[in-house]
Design a protein around this ligand. Structure first.
Ligand code: SF4
Length: 292
């Protein structure tokens, strides 16, 4: 009952790819992090065959529309995650449909009201995508609407994270950490910069809030206080009798919105509906999806 949602597994490091880091961190699973699509193309040329050491690619296009990207090629067999501000010109999607339907995941911000319509549009075209939850900037009606689409649509569609992850991994006897699907948990993913400074999330890296530095810290990370505190943070919510401790949806949320500016009544309502939608789906098994 209630297995650890984040059992010890090899860490994935998200690094700015350069020959030095690829060599120095070769004992870890490595994802490349690029500040722009052109940086990705340029780096691929420089790294040549070594680029295959990267098991995933993250391209940060946030703040810009997806249609600003000069998509040329997506490495086959390597998942590519693109953070972007919006879709932009829809005709660009149709021009690049084959590339986008390959192993590509488009992540849109919860703070942009258009994101929830956009992910449904992308998924209906067979493009995998997701919503990046941004602390207090969440349109909960949008969350409920997209979750309802994933749980009830009988038309083939791409995945929308984290709802597809919750649906596919739900077990009423276990806790689930949906941040795994969004590459957003420092229990699985760490961001590393050129100086080997280590950040728990992309947001922390962009705001220069490091958790440690150096290769030794990385090797010993599962034994650090930071790691243990994170791993058992959800238990503290019960000890302190936080409202999350009585939330029916705790097992699929783990109190992710506690401690911020989020109205816990609102997230409790949204995630309770999500939980109900998952349980109904499991009973009826009506959903059909493509990709993923
Ligand atoms: S949905 Fe809200 S109230 Fe429920 S566990 Fe998550 S953060 Fe806590």
């Amino acid at each position: 009952m209630n297995k650890d949602p984040n059992p010890a597994i090899p860490l994935t490091l998200i690094i700015p790819p350069g020959e030095f880091l690829l060599e120095d961190l070769k004992d870890f699973i490595l994802f490349g992090y690029y500040k722009s699509y052109s940086a990705f193309i340029e780096s691929s040329k420089i790294l040549g065959g070594k680029a295959h050491q990267l098991k995933g690619i993250i391209i940060d296009n946030s703040g810009y529309p997806l249609s600003f990207l000069p998509l040329q090629k997506i490495p086959s067999g390597t998942p590519v995650y693109i953070y972007t501000g919006s879709i932009g010109d829809p005709s660009w999607l149709f021009e690049n449909l084959d590339l986008l339907r390959s192993d590509c995941h488009i992540l849109l911000p919860s703070g942009n009201p258009g994101s929830f319509t956009s992910v449904k549009f992308l998924a209906s075209l067979g493009i995998n995508c997701g919503i990046e939850f941004q602390d207090d900037r969440i349109d909960w009606d949008g969350v409920e609407n997209v979750a309802g689409y994933i749980f009830t649509s009988e038309i083939p569609h791409g995945i929308i994270e984290p709802f597809t992850y919750l649906l596919e991994n739900y077990n009423p006897r276990e806790y689930l950490d949906f941040n795994i699907a969004l590459l957003n948990t420092p229990l699985r993913f760490l961001y590393v910069d050129e100086e080997l400074n280590i950040y728990p999330t992309r947001t922390a890296m962009l705001n220069n809030r490091k958790t440690g530095s150096g290769k030794e810290y990385l090797k010993n990370y599962p034994q650090t206080k930071e790691y243990r505190d994170l791993k058992f943070k959800w238990k503290d919510l019960f000890m302190s009798l936080n409202p999350c401790s009585t939330c029916p949806a705790f097992r699929i949320c783990l109190g992710k919105f506690a401690g911020g500016d989020t109205d816990l009544v609102r997230c409790r309502s949204a995630f309770s509906k999500i939980l109900e939608g998952i349980e109904n789906y499991k009973q009826n098994q009506t959903g059909i999806r493509v990709n993923g």
